[in-house]
Design a protein around this ligand. Structure first.
Ligand code: AFP
Length: 314
């Protein structure tokens, strides 16, 4: 009998245990972030369960509404947004919420306010829902100096001020990847326990990767340096092998693969979207934070992504 393996199986590092361990590294901490994260985990479990039942429970299809970008919302988008807003408000640890699904920021009732701002995309990649492709929730957490007087301007912080970020991928398994600024760890939902168990400790992106990930259908609108770079991935001039192309079109899944297998994920600005399609506060910042914490890099094309200062919540 392999006792070492058995010990591993019975000494489970749940996400709560991990976050409490992290908290104990900060003796001044009152556990606010731990409580907030446990509410985010609850939201992820709810969405995971809804995504699993989506076809059966008739949760796919349109909800008959459009979101800020003018896209049709799916029923699951609406549901996930409601779940996260309720979970975050009821945590008592947030003062303002910025959701990709809502046109305006939600300022929490003063009686329920805490010191954190959470920016989130409750269900990213939702155009993939109806065909069962992996989708995910993305979130970034910031500290607000004065919760009683918080304004929208205070929400527009550069990504480098984020204190924690993560995503939950609803795929062949449900995986939550989290960083509180001390490396990146991945947890897989054990459905029989209803707990996220650490399965990917201290994730580090491989220093070299053989995969590039981009929507090449946009190539005719790219600028010359981008087009040249992608051409080199396919036709290297240094004698190396061409890279493989993998593109799911669901950022959580594409970034998750990039973190684990290495390589590059890019969504370049083009003539159609001169500032790029990806949304800074909900997609670019949290994913760039995780990439950097895992030893990788993230650039806008002009500089470090996390140095950007958003001008609006869209
Ligand atoms: P949806 O949530 O509308 O599906 O958008 C997802 C997304 O923002 C991101 O998750 C993908 O990386 C990107 O769009 C895919 O965009 P293209 O379909 O233009 O390749």
């Amino acid at each position: 009998m392999d006792h070492a393996a058995d010990t591993f199986r019975t000494d489970l590092m749940t996400i709560t245990r991990h976050v409490l361990n992290e908290q104990s590294r900060h003796p001044e901490s009152r556990g606010d972030l731990t409580i907030l994260l446990s509410h985010i985990v609850l939201g992820c479990k709810f969405v995971a369960s809804a995504v699993n039942k989506a076809g059966l429970a008739k949760l796919t299809g349109l909800a008959g509404e459009t979101n800020v970008q003018g896209e049709e919302q799916k029923k699951l988008d609406v549901l996930s947004n409601e779940v996260f807003v309720n979970a975050l408000v009821s945590s008592g640890r947030t003062c303002v919420l910025v959701s990709e699904e809502d046109e305006k920021a939600t300022f929490v009732d003063p009686k329920l306010r805490g010191k954190y701002c959470v920016c989130f995309d409750p269900l990213d990649g939702s155009s993939n829902i109806d065909c069962g492709v992996s989708i995910g929730t993305i979130f970034g957490i910031y500290m607000i100096k004065n919760q009683d007087t918080v304004t929208l301007e205070e929400v527009l912080q550069p990504g480098k001020d984020m204190i924690a970020a993560g995503y939950c991928m609803y795929g062949s398994s449900c995986t939550l990847v989290l960083s509180t600024g001390n490396g990146v760890n991945g947890f897989t939902l054990d459905p029989s326990l209803g707990e996220f168990i650490m399965t990917h400790p201290d994730i580090k992106i491989p220093p070299k990767g053989k995969i590039y990930s981009v929507n090449e259908g946009n190539a005719k609108n790219w600028d010359t340096p981008t087009a040249k770079y992608v051409e080199k991935c396919k036709y290297p001039t240094d004698g190396s092998s061409p890279k493989s192309l993998r593109y799911i079109g669901s950022m959580v899944a594409d970034v998750h693969r990039t973190l684990l297998y290495g390589g590059i994920f890019l969504y370049p600005a083009d003539k159609k979207s001169p500032s790029g399609k990806l949304r800074v506060m909900y997609e670019v910042f949290p994913m760039s934070f995780l990439m950097e914490e895992a030893g990788g890099q993230s650039f806008t094309g002009k500089g470090r992504s996390l140095d950007l200062i958003p001008t609006d919540i869209i």
